[in-house]
Design a protein around this ligand. Sequence first.
Ligand SMILES: [Zn+2]
Length: 443
Amino acid sequence: MGQGIGQDLIENELAFARFLDWLRIPSASAVAAHAPDVERAATWICEHMREVAGSDLRVCRLPGAIQPSVVGRVEASGAADYAPTVAVYGHFDVQPPGTRTEWSTDPFGAEIRDGWIYGRGTADSKANSFIVLEAVKRLANSGSLPVNVQLLLDGEEEIDGVGIPDHVASEPPPDAAIICDGALWDDRTPSFATSLRGTLYYRVKLRAAERELHSGSFGGAALNAAGAMIECLYGASRGRIGHGRESSAELEALHDGPETLRRAGATPADDTAAERFYERTVLRSAIDVNSIGAGEIGLQKTAIPDEAVANVSVRIAPGDDLQRIDVEFTERMRQHAPAGAELSIETLAAVPPGETPTDSEAVNLGAGAFERVLGARPHFVGSGGTLPLFSVYADLGVPVITTGFATADGAAHAADERFPLTNLPLGIKAICETLRALGSLRR
Ligand SMILES: [Zn+2]
């Protein structure tokens, strides 16, 4: 073990071995049966950080939370009363692994192959979280942590949990924040997120009859729940939702949409989607049907389904209003529901979009630190994803460095998710350097 992972971690093989054990815990927050694993993954953090000087980390169930999180403070090495406070966020819950046969390895085996660690939760986001934990631990234990760190390790990021965001919103704001949950721009160029999209997540149910019906006796006369659902979804997702912002040729050239789609194995949604990739995925709101179900798909059954269910996500662009999008989406769905269909729309998550200023002292200090370690200045870029905490800090006016050390081809949320081994020591160095730099932050 330890081959090719960089001098830094070879010297600390025990920490690396523990990290692999952490990856093997299937902490899938969306699956009720894995609740004990999320708890175990939380406890692992406290154990791993137990001997850290000046730390009071604890596993807790925050108000409104479904899953446990780990929060606590690690005091600055000297004159903690005068040191700035930096919140440091990561998450340790993971997506469910999905179809086992699509993986070339055990999703929770933490297999090391060709310089990568494979497994669910490697790229998103246990490696990033391990990086921040190690950085804080090393600085604190060597007496060189210049800031008070407010550690926030989330056990419900993948299910848009409100525990940590609500907790942060109710506490005195830190002087700056680091959210470590993402990827490098390319091999050597870091990226700092300037904006994130929000999310509305819906479960839509449609009832068309009291019971299933014989498709011979009733086909052609009785309303079909599957067809009615498709009509609603098709009607609601056609055309733009919200205003969003236009992109430019320069911005699009920088992001190479056609290549990004090709490498992801995706098909462009329409004629201009590839050329306007950045606009579509960052600057505009987007409706996506995530899953749809009706009838019994495994059987050759001649019945008209009485009920259909769909999960729909709406990503909300910076500048678009969450409430207005919510009203518009639900109105569109109702408008397109055929007469007699009973539609119920349940909102499972509602997170507004957010933007952070790129000219703050904290972000500049962070960018300088990353440049010293990686040799390239971070790429400032909007992201299409959602992080509730980002929006909270944006609202509080806390400058936030949102970054990460996974790679664009790390297959987050997909089969064969992976993280490059060399990025572990690189990330630890970059976060150490950033925390050192933030020591000079004016309070
Ligand atoms: Zn994720």
